[in-house]
Design a protein around this ligand. Structure first.
Ligand code: PLP
Length: 394
């Protein structure tokens, strides 16, 4: 009996981030947790805000049928309205209505739903490398081809000329992720405006419609840089969001897809998103956490804890002489490997119990991602190991 070969292959494929994290766990058991510097995962190190616990406790008093019952497929109207109202307060009256929001099990589901809502067989979806590796899986399983375009290798902003050259009559969408995983960059307003112009130009040239999928799980984690509201810069935007990072709830699986009212295909897209959720079985996001959104949609995450880590890490690595991209958001530092081969550099770092993720995992040569969503102590105590690693290259 044959099974689905593609699914089997995705199941058999190893995620290098997970592998490094499993190696870190084994190593910690072997030599003690405080001697292993695990920078591999993007698991928030700050706890969920107190308001989340208070909201859950209030919900626990509800009758069981409400507490644990099904909600509408797209989510509770009051939760969708809470999200939409927050977006209107922050980004203007045209940002969203409750009916434009489809609640999901996190950004993973938001992106899968979005690709399945817009892609037809043979379409292409462009990603900017380095990129979150699961994009490829979700794009390919929606039936499209994943086309990689390298970011500007000096600034790690979007290389708009390179991107424009990669657009074809088959391009259905471009994915942007800002603040960015794995680089920690935030795309500037002028960079996104140039991207929007390039997309419109390609639309005119090919007589097609190109969507901009804005994946924004790190929107709330920024260190002073403006994080522009993408739908105000490009009309065919669809926004994918998650509370995994902003409320430190990655295991609870809650997020949303927004089809902004300004999107010219709004009504059709809202139907396609609902149909895509139905097709994939992504209906009725966790009810308890839909209710948390009604109370906590505007709760700030503890960005100061990440800012402190970021300061300690960037100052420490700069003193040693490492080159990196100054992080403007998220909780990742993109550090230049001390040799061209990022994998070889990673292997040498391992010898000092330093566990970043080599850039090859993200479709880009020559760098490593250091996730600083760890304890402050881990960062400070790792600095001598970074120094010893650098010394082996002198
Ligand atoms: N997109 C990016 C850029 C991410 O970094 C992640 C998770 O780390 C996701 C999407 C998936 O987020 P979620 O946990 O909400 O599914």
């Amino acid at each position: 009996m044959s099974i689905n070969e593609k699914s089997r292959a995705y199941g058999a494929q190893k995620s290098s981030i997970r592998e490094i994290s499993a190696y870190a766990a084994a190593r910690k058991a072997e030599i003690g947790a405080e001697r292993v510097y695990d920078f591999s995962l993007g698991n928030p190190s700050v706890p969920a805000p107190d308001a989340v616990r208070a909201s859950i406790e209030r919900s626990l008093a509800l009758p069981a049928s409400q507490l644990h019952g099904y909600t509408p497929a797209a989510g509770l109207p009051a939760a969708r309205e809470a999200v939409a109202a927050s977006l209107r307060r922050r980004f203007g009256d045209a940002a969203a209505e409750a009916g434009d929001i489809y609640l999901t099990c996190g950004a993973a589901a938001s992106l899968s739903i979005t690709f399945n809502a817009i892609v037809n067989p043979g379409d292409e979806v462009v990603v900017i490398a380095p990129y979150f590796p699961e994009y490829r899986v979700w794009i390919e399983t929606s039936g499209a081809t994943c086309v990689e375009v390298l970011a500007d290798q000096r600034t790690f902003q979007i290389d708009v000329d390179a991107l424009a050259a990669a657009l074809t009559e088959r391009t259905k969408a471009v994915v942007v992720n800002s603040p960015n995983n794995p680089v920690g960059s935030v795309y500037s307003r002028s960079n996104l405006t140039a991207l929007a112009q390039a997309l419109h130009e390609a639309e005119r040239r090919f007589g097609t419609a190109i969507y901009l999928v804005s994946d924004e799980p790190y929107r709330e984690i920024a260190y002073g840089a403006e994080v522009p509201w993408v739908p105000s810069l490009y009309d065919r935007t669809i926004v994918c969001y998650s509370y995994s990072k902003s409320l430190s709830l990655p295991g609870e699986r809650i997020g949303w897809v927004l089809v902004p009212p300004t999107n010219p295909e709004h009504d059709e897209l809202v139907l396609a998103v609902a149909g895509s959720g139905r097709k994939l079985g992504f209906v009725c996001a966790p009810a308890l956490f839909q209710r948390v959104l009604m109370d906590c949609v505007d709760c700030p995450s503890d960005v100061e804890a990440y800012a402190r880590n970021r300061r300690a890490l960037t100052e420490g690595l700069a003193r040693i002489g490492y080159e990196f991209i100054e992080p403007e958001g998220a909780f990742y530092l993109w550090v230049k490997a001390l040799e061209p081969d990022a994998e070889a550099f990673f292997e040498r770092a391992k010898g000092f119990e330093l566990l970043p993720v080599p850039s090859t995992s993200f479709g880009c040569p020559g760098w490593v991602r250091v996730g600083y969503c760890v304890s402050y102590e881990t960062i400070v105590s790792s600095l001598p190991a970074w120094e010893q690693l650098a010394a082996t290259y002198r």
